[in-house]
Ligand binder design. Structure first.
Ligand SMILES: *[C@@H]1O[C@H](CO)[C@@H](O)[C@H](O)[C@H]1NC(C)=O
Length: 145
């Protein structure tokens, strides 16, 4: 080990510390903060303000159940960027229905290095188009993944 200089050792320590930090840093993030998942909140802006996300972070969708003035929200995973842009749900996958946003909310772990496109899918894309209920996130890899 004598041939490893002081600087190299310092650098290795720094890397080790950084990877520990990154590991312990997996976050649980409530989408929209106190606003939750609701009609009319700009989630594109929220993502810009709350990025970056990292692999293994959890997004939590909290939303009200259907009521007289609210036919209900949901969480869909859209297949690609174009379906996200156009709010096209034809190949979307339902992750959480109208009654799954209560209590602690619905949690999704961002466990892959890929783009995630989420949207609320009710009313033929009305939530997504007019209500801005969509978001796009690419979690960044961590040191130890
Ligand atoms: C939502 O926020 C984004 C980013 O700030 C902005 O570009 C967009 O125009 C906003 N949308 C609406 C409908 O305000």
């Amino acid at each position: 080990m004598a041939f490893i200089g002081y600087t190299t050792q310092g650098f290795i320590l720094l890397l080790a510390a950084a990877s520990l930090l990154a590991l312990s840093d997996a976050k649980t993030i409530v989408v929209g903060g106190n606003e939750g998942w609701r009609f009319g909140f700009n989630y594109t802006e929220w993502v810009l303000q709350n990025s970056p996300f990292y692999i293994n972070d959890q997004l939590v969708f909290k939303y009200d159940p259907p009521s007289a003035n609210n036919p209900g929200y949901s969480v869909y995973l859209l297949p690609n960027f174009w379906s996200y842009v156009t709010c096209d749900f034809s190949k979307a996958k339902l992750l959480a229905g109208a009654n799954q946003g209560g209590g602690e909310g619905f949690k999704v772990e961002l466990n892959q290095w890929r783009p995630y496109y989420f949207a609320s899918g009710d009313k033929d894309g009305y939530n997504c188009k007019d209500g801005l209920m969509k978001l796009f996130a690419v979690p960044l890899p961590r040191w130890n993944n």
